[in-house]
Design a protein around this ligand. Structure first.
Ligand code: PXP
Length: 236
């Protein structure tokens, strides 16, 4: 059964809208865990548009499940992760102008650089997951880097409708099976919400779903604990 990692970035988005002290993503993480979240995810971006260094440092001390730090594969971030030692880092592509992460890493093109980052992080006992599109070439390249996990990008599935969504679900299914066969741990995420999560959660071999925006959006209206519980009920 897939577990649920709750991404709390957008609690920090609201805080940063006024450069205020609240809402605090650290408090949101506590509530998410009390509601049953299996992990907490945050993305420390180069432009620090939502999560701040202080948030990640406190989360490292307070998260009782496990902390997954999403980050770009840069010298600054690798050093940050080696100093912090989160349970896991998920390496993602990052562009300043994007509203959110737009696609998976091109591991084929950046294999050497990513292999170096994977080696450094895993030597320090930080699990590394590479965020990739559901594409066999990328999955095989991810395996070659030595990363122990991949996160399959579900954004195209989430954005599609009708027959296109069915096709995207087949792509996800094939990708999850292929990654599992290669011995990679398989996570998935991006764009998952209360209406589209069940089909993905039902796929065999998925370790963890990382879900952020839809949970935080619902939490604005009904509270964090209920929003997480509603999502957990669908994932399970
Ligand atoms: N996984 C990765 C790698 C992401 O970059 C994001 C967005 O930060 C998510 C999952 C969560 O996506 P969403 O906020 O759409 O649920």
């Amino acid at each position: 059964m897939a577990t649920l990692g709750v991404n709390i970035d957008h609690i920090a988005t609201v805080r940063e809208a006024r450069k205020a002290a609240s809402p605090d993503p650290v408090e949101a993480a506590v509530l998410a865990e009390l509601a049953g979240a299996n992990g907490i995810t945050c993305h420390l971006r180069e432009d620090r548009r939502h999560i701040q260094d202080r948030d990640v440092r406190i989360l490292k001390k307070t998260v009782k499940s496990h902390l997954n730090l999403e980050m770009a594969c840069t010298t600054e971030m690798i050093q940050f992760a080696v100093d912090l030692l989160p349970f896991m880092t998920t390496l993602v592509p990052e562009r300043r102008a994007e509203l959110t992460t737009e696609g998976g890493l091109d591991v084929v093109a950046a294999e050497r650089e990513l292999s170096g980052a994977v080696e450094t992080l895993q030597r320090n006992n930080v699990r590394v997951s590479l965020f990739i599109d559901p594409d066999l070439k990328q999955i095989k390249a991810a395996k070659r880097t030595g990363a122990s996990a991949v996160e399959i990008h579900t954004g195209q599935y989430a954005n599609a409708s009708g027959d296109r969504r069915k096709e995207e679900l087949y792509r996800l299914t094939d990708a999850v099976i292929a990654a599992n066969k290669l011995g990679l741990l398989v996570n998935a995420g991006h764009g998952l919400d209360y209406n589209n999560v069940e089909a993905v959660a039902a796929l065999e071999h998925i370790e963890e779903l990382n879900i952020g925006f839809s949970i935080v959006a619902r939490a604005c209206l009904v509270g964090m604990e209920r929003a997480v519980r509603d999502m957990l009920a669908l994932v399970r």
